[in-house]
Design a protein around this ligand. Structure first.
Ligand SMILES: NC(=O)c1ccc[n+]([C@@H]2O[C@H](COP(=O)([O-])OP(=O)(O)OC[C@H]3O[C@@H](n4cnc5c(N)ncnc54)[C@H](OP(=O)(O)O)[C@@H]3O)[C@@H](O)[C@H]2O)c1
Length: 251
């Protein structure tokens, strides 16, 4: 199998959650590979700053402000992308939150927000992107940034609703794949599932638990490498799932 990003040069990618961590690293690598990337987040000024550092690369990063917990804003994002960049060929559903409440006495509003960003935004953005791809005959690729918590759960405080959203992303990815199979579509859908990655998602975590996991962590770039690997496969090859763990991760 020959791996190459050649066929994506000049094509449009939407990366959600591009203001931080894994999303910023993916946006950067796609720009380096010659794509026109629309980076999406609420803190849009961070994406504008990242874009300034990528001026000498093959591709380009455009910053777009949206709150992905709002379905209307997701629809507007894809309209704006079509008008200002071109039809989307790659969607990276990366935006995610972990509010670290509990289930037994947790904050229901925090659960709802987590479901809206981690699951609903992934579903709605996929629907919008696939609609654009099909209208424009683009054999594109949707990649969902999932988690090892979408495949197994360990006993740790404040897991709350987060693993449930990631298990749902696993199920959503597979169900969408079957829908595309039934449509005889060549659009690919993949899940990329990281272990623990050193990002701001751990900012509101209990310090003692954090110190414990800090010893073994991946870098956001490791996950971006996994995304580029899945995208680099020839059109007839689907990498359905990429699980990336730090060596020695005990979970
Ligand atoms: N770090 C890990 O150990 C790890 C492990 C497995 C999976 N993951 C997954 O990887 C993905 C990226 O997480 P990360 O670790 O890189 O965390 P992060 O550094 O906290 O980044 C989260 C990103 O999501 C965006 N976001 C959150 N809520 C949003 C909203 N309502 N609208 C638009 N954007 C929103 C944030 O942007 P704004 O705040 O600027 O809007 C930010 O860019 C998530 O899906 C996470 O579940 C992370």
């Amino acid at each position: 199998m020959v791996l190459s990003m050649e066929r994506w040069i000049g094509k449009v990618a939407v990366v959600t959650g591009a203001s931080s961590g894994i999303g910023a690293a993916i946006a950067k690598q796609l720009v380096e590979n010659g794509l026109l990337v629309v980076g999406v987040a609420r803190r849009v000024e961070r994406i504008e700053d990242l874009a300034k550092t990528l001026g000498d690369k093959k591709g380009k990063l455009l910053a777009y402000k949206a709150d992905l917990s709002n379905r209307e804003e997701i629809k507007l994002l894809f309209d704006w992308t079509s008008d200002n960049a071109g039809p989307v060929a790659i969607l990276i559903n990366n935006a995610g939150i972990h509010t670290r409440t509990t289930i037994v006495d947790g904050d229901v509003e925090a659960w709802k927000k987590t479901i809206d960003v981690n699951l609903m935004a992934t579903c709605v953005a996929s629907r919008e992107a696939i609609s654009v791809m099909r209208k424009n005959n683009i054999d594109g690729h949707v990649i969902n940034i999932n988690s090892i918590l979408g495949h197994g759960i360990w006993n740790s405080p404040n897991m709350d609703i987060y693993p449930a959203t990631k298990y749902a992303v696993t199920a959503f990815t597979e169900t969408l794949r079957f829908e595309l199979v039934n449509l005889k579509s060549k659009i690919k859908v993949s899940s990329v599932s990281p272990g623990v990655v050193d990002t701001e998602i751990f900012e509101n975590m209990d310090r003692s638990e954090f110190e414990n996991i800090k010893k073994r962590m991946l870098n956001p770039e490791d996950i971006a490498d996994g995304v580029v690997y899945a995208l680099s496969t020839p059109p007839h090859v689907l990498v359905k799932e990429v699980i990336i763990k730090p060596v020695g991760e005990p979970y």
